[in-house]
Design a protein around this ligand. Structure first.
Ligand SMILES: Cc1cc2nc3c(=O)[nH]c(=O)nc-3n(C[C@H](O)[C@H](O)[C@H](O)COP(=O)(O)OP(=O)(O)OC[C@H]3O[C@@H](n4cnc5c(N)ncnc54)[C@H](O)[C@@H]3O)c2cc1C
Length: 242
């Protein structure tokens, strides 16, 4: 069974997502898929009946919305992402945001390169007022990227000057470009609610800056750790909606 605790995946220009902990812990040698099946079998006071029957039961559970056994698997992630991603992420109330721990901009000063620099500008979509579609022409792309980094440099200089003048960190950060600042937070989520997050944020209408985190969590953690569940998820949820 894969032990991915401590594994970190790079996302965007300087973000990442890391698996901090997992329940069931790999040392228990009970896979996440089996923990789900065993939880469901409590109803009948039984446990594993071998891989074939176990996988069949797991597929039955997801297909028939018998979802609570999927809450028996929990992931704890540390995430480093720009605030534009954070504001969308925190809308997922069941992502245990009541237990979130986030970096404090009142305590830790920001660094010069704590800002998200996209590798290109996406154009405003014509059909969807909140989406993007296609890429800006190359010359404009470069020019606006240069303007963005100049803006970050100027903002950071104002921030640094404010700190040097004795202004508190909690106020000096008003000089920083808010949506672009990288933040770090730790969150817990169970497999059921992570599937809800993934369903919404892997979708093509999700903003790129959160979709790439969903892709990293799904491809690098969820899929290898819960192979039966991800197979059922793709069959009954992702592809069922396509
Ligand atoms: C493409 C996209 C565009 C969006 N645009 C906007 C926008 O313009 N403005 C905006 O404000 N938000 C927007 N959102 C956020 C969206 O409205 C949801 O808040 C967010 O996706 C979280 O989804 P959720 O409620 O299913 O997740 P969670 O909050 O994690 O909840 C999971 C599930 O638990 C249940 N649940 C949780 N809380 C309650 C409750 N209080 N009562 C009953 N059931 C509950 C529901 O079944 C819910 O689906 C957007 C999301 C997406 C994916």
């Amino acid at each position: 069974m894969a032990n991915l605790i401590g594994h970190r995946v790079n996302v965007l220009d300087k973000g990442w997502v890391e698996l901090v902990d997992l329940m069931p812990h790999p040392a228990s040698e009970i896979s996440g898929d089996l923990a789900i099946v065993n939880a469901a079998r409590v109803s009948f006071l039984g446990e594993s009946k071998g891989p074939e029957a176990d996988k069949k039961l797991l597929f039955y559970l997801l297909r028939n919305a018998h979802t609570s056994p999927f809450e028996m698997v929990e992931f704890k992630f540390r995430v480093h992402a720009p605030l534009v991603t954070w504001w969308q992420w925190v809308r997922h109330r069941t992502f245990h945001f009541q237990t979130v721990n986030a970096q404090s901009g009142r305590y830790t000063p920001f660094e010069e390169d704590d800002f998200y620099v996209p590798n290109m500008w996406r154009k405003q979509a014509k059909s969807n007022k909140q989406a993007s579609d296609g890429e800006l022409e190359e010359a404009s792309n470069e020019a606006f990227l240069e303007q963005l980094t100049a803006h970050y440099d100027a903002s950071f200089t104002l921030y640094k000057n404010a700190l040097e003048a004795g202004i508190s960190k909690e106020m000096a950060r008003l000089f920083l470009p808010g949506f672009a600042v990288y933040y770090t937070w730790v969150v817990k989520v169970d497999a059921l609610n992570l599937m809800n997050f993934l369903r919404l944020r892997l979708a093509q209408d999700a903003q790129y800056e959160i979709r790439v985190y969903a892709e990293a969590m799904y491809n690098d953690f969820f899929k290898p750790l819960l192979p039966w569940t991800s197979e059922a998820f793709e069959q009954y949820v992702l592809n069922a909606e396509a």
